[in-house]
Design a protein around this ligand. Structure first.
Ligand code: FEO
Ligand code: CA
Ligand code: CA
Ligand code: CA
Length: 665
């Protein structure tokens, strides 16, 4: 979901933060008492990863006194320093998109494209739920490429798995007006279209002799998952009394998955899709008067909601089904290679606004899943499986994610990250605080993490390990509500408009054997958004050009050389820039030297960056094109990507390739 405050959400459920007490853990209190600078000097002394603390120190110094604009004229900035060879784009804001010279863009899948054999052609003036359930859904986000044949490393044939995060109602239907009113005006049939536009798509794609990608509408493994697809609940919260409803008195079967933002995959080739802003879908008086009102509030659930589904479908009405919201906010696993497989909500990973879930491996083969809770003042988590995965027997890993330990991060002023276990019976997670078992801890993960003293962050979005270095990168989009009194070493800017990227260094990473399961790691700031020399605290490589800086880092990916590619969300409001995709080295002389590679059409954010195994194709989701103030189906701010007078803008997956072949970038 875009960071804009004009995204069509009623004021009370905008992303204003649901953490009532983003108080400071003790490390932050100490840091404030010592003064940030002194505390950071302590970080230096504690031997943080080379260069990190130093950069953090200089960035924090810049809060008080901006440095001069750090780039030279003459040669293209960064030339000869960065390993990236593409010429940078200029910042611009247009109805179309653009990519760095030497590359080309193909549209692979658009909202409404038929992806099942009996799907009708797209007709946005007469859209039905039946058609939508067989067509590519709305607002593509996380995407992944699973090679075909299964188990291979091929880069020319595979399955694209794509999340459909939410519905931009005002751009989907004629006659509803702009974002301020559209959702409140939908009728029952349109609400059902919205439901079918959610979920995921699995689509077979193939690159032809001519180098062009094509989606197979009759792919044998093609699949739509929607807000009504039956799913199983597993792990410690399965069957929990607070997961039981009229339709599911045992609390083990749920219809659908909602607000699937980012995601990830497992080493055994399954999909992990993350349920994020699940509060938007529920309404009812019980939000203020029901037994669970405090828990609803902690998850941002309000009386009015955002979507109006609760008027038409009892399960989205809190007064009818007070437990239905507890069945969302999970990470869902499914097998993309089996279109009949039943997706599973893995409750052991906790319930919060999961931005994504990406995996890394501990040296002993245990699987570690990193996940951010994307809201202001929320936390960074990781889950460590109890057992190692089995590379020889895919089926043996089927329920691996049901047993393990969930941890939440505390970023200390001395440069340590402490991973605090969310285990019932340990510390404050006892019956005295209302936790009668692990199920309670998982249903109310946020409250459990509050009690442990986790560090409230500036909107943790993607958290992803670099496959080359083992270092972990945390995208922190922004947090304009952080006050001077609430700054902390890991979130050092008050009114953090532009966000920043943290770097976590697990023990052993610099020796080539990162221990992602360890209870402690080191942290530092990789880059901090905003314009160098203008925005206080902006921090990049000194040679970053005046078009290479970014705002609002959101999703990220790594190419096979370990370079980071950062997609932005909300740069338009924060910095007057179109959202885009930026790339940087993470090591060597060009470390932190960001360069603008792709620019989205107006109103859109960029999501889901994903390379094929050989780096020759980069897939991107272009989400909510045309979602500008006052823009509507009838008067959109762009008609990207078709630019046909009868077609509205359409969220789409694009493929970027290099002209003449070779790795992108
Ligand atoms: Fe759906 Fe956190 O962006
Ligand atoms: Ca976002
Ligand atoms: Ca989004
Ligand atoms: Ca996102």
């Amino acid at each position: 979901m875009t960071a804009r405050d004009t995204s069509g959400e009623p004021a009370e459920i905008e992303d204003i933060g649901s953490n009532p007490d983003p108080r400071s853990p003790i490390g932050e209190v100490i840091a404030r008492r010592l003064g940030r600078r002194a505390a950071l000097r302590g970080l230096l002394g504690a031997g943080a990863a080379t260069g990190l603390a130093e950069r953090l120190l200089s960035s924090t110094a810049a809060v008080a006194q901006p440095a001069p604009v750090p780039h030279s004229s003459g040669n293209p900035p960064g030339a000869g320093i960065s390993t990236l060879r593409f010429p940078e784009l200029r910042h611009q804001s247009t109805e179309g998109d653009a990519v760095a010279e030497g590359h080309e863009i193909q549209t692979v899948l658009r909202w409404g494209d038929p992806i099942l054999p009996d799907a009708p052609a797209f007709d946005p003036s007469r859209q039905t739920a039946e058609a939508q359930a067989r067509q590519f859904g709305y607002n593509c986000d996380y995407l992944d490429f699973f090679p075909l044949p299964q188990g291979g490393r091929g880069s020319g044939h595979g399955l694209l798995v794509v999340n459909h995060e939410y519905a931009s109602t005002q751009l989907m239907f004629p006659g509803l007006g702009d974002d301020r009113r559209a959702r409140g005006r939908v009728d029952a049939a349109q609400a059902r279209v919205e439901m079918m536009a959610h979920g995921l798509s699995v689509v077979e794609v193939k690159r032809g002799e001519d180098g062009r990608w094509a989606a197979a509408r009759d792919g044998r493994l093609n699949r739509r998952i929607t807000a009504e697809t039956p799913m199983r609940v597993s792990g410690p919260a399965a069957g929990h009394p607070r997961l039981r409803t009229t339709a599911d008195p045992e609390g083990v079967r749920v219809l659908g998955t909602l607000n699937n933002c980012a995601g990830g995959n497992t080493p055994w080739g399954t999909v992990l899709t993350a349920e994020e802003n699940i509060n938007f879908y529920f309404l009812g008086e019980a939000a203020e008067t029901g037994d669970q009102r405090e828990a609803y509030k902690r998850y941002g659930i309000t009386k009015a909601g955002s979507y109006t589904w609760g008027r038409f479908e009892p399960r989205f009405n809190l007064d009818r089904e007070p437990n239905e919201p507890n069945r969302f906010g999970w990470v869902v696993e499914f097998d993309p290679y089996d279109p009949e497989s039943v997706p599973v909500k893995r409750t052991a990973l906790g319930r919060f606004k999961h931005e994504g879930a990406t995996h890394a491996l501990a040296p002993d083969g245990r699987v570690v899943l990193y996940s951010g809770d994307d809201e202001r003042f929320e936390y960074v988590y990781k889950f460590v499986t109890a057992r190692p995965w089995n590379p020889q027997d895919r089926a043996a890993n089927r329920d691996l994610l049901d047993e393990g330990t969930l941890f939440v991060a505390r970023f200390e002023a001395d440069g340590a990250v402490r991973w605090l276990p969310l285990v019932h019976g340990q510390g404050p997670l006892t019956a005295a605080n209302g936790f009668t078992g692990q199920g309670d801890v998982l249903v109310e993960t946020r409250r459990a993490a509050d009690l442990l003293g986790a560090t409230p962050m500036d909107r943790p979005e993607d958290v992803e390990a670099n496959p080359v270095s083992g270092r972990v990168y945390v995208m922190l989009t922004n947090n304009v509500r952080r006050t001077e009194a609430q700054v902390s070493p890991a979130n050092p800017r008050p009114r953090n408009i532009h966000g920043h990227v943290l770097e976590i260094v697990p023990p052993g990473a610099d020796a080539g054997a990162p221990d992602h399961a360890a209870a402690e790691a080191r942290w530092g700031i990789f880059i901090a958004g905003g314009k160098p020399g203008v925005d206080p605290g902006a921090q990049y490589h000194r040679a970053t050009s005046d078009v290479g800086w970014l705002s609002c880092p959101d999703n990220c990916a790594f190419d096979s050389r370990g370079r980071i590619w950062i997609a932005t969300d909300g740069a338009d409001d924060a910095a007057g820039l179109s959202d885009g995709l930026y790339a940087a080295d993470t090591a060597g002389r060009g470390r932190g030297l960001t360069r603008l590679f792709y620019q989205a059409p107006t109103g859109a954010e960029v999501a889901g960056p994903r390379f094929t195994p050989d780096d020759t194709t980069l897939f991107l989701s272009v989400q909510h094109p045309g979602e500008d103030d006052g823009s509507s189906f009838d008067r959109p701010s762009t008609r990207w990507p078709d630019f046909q007078p009868h077609l509205p803008p359409r969220p789409s997956v694009i493929a970027i390739t290099r002209r003449g072949g070779g790795p992108v970038g």
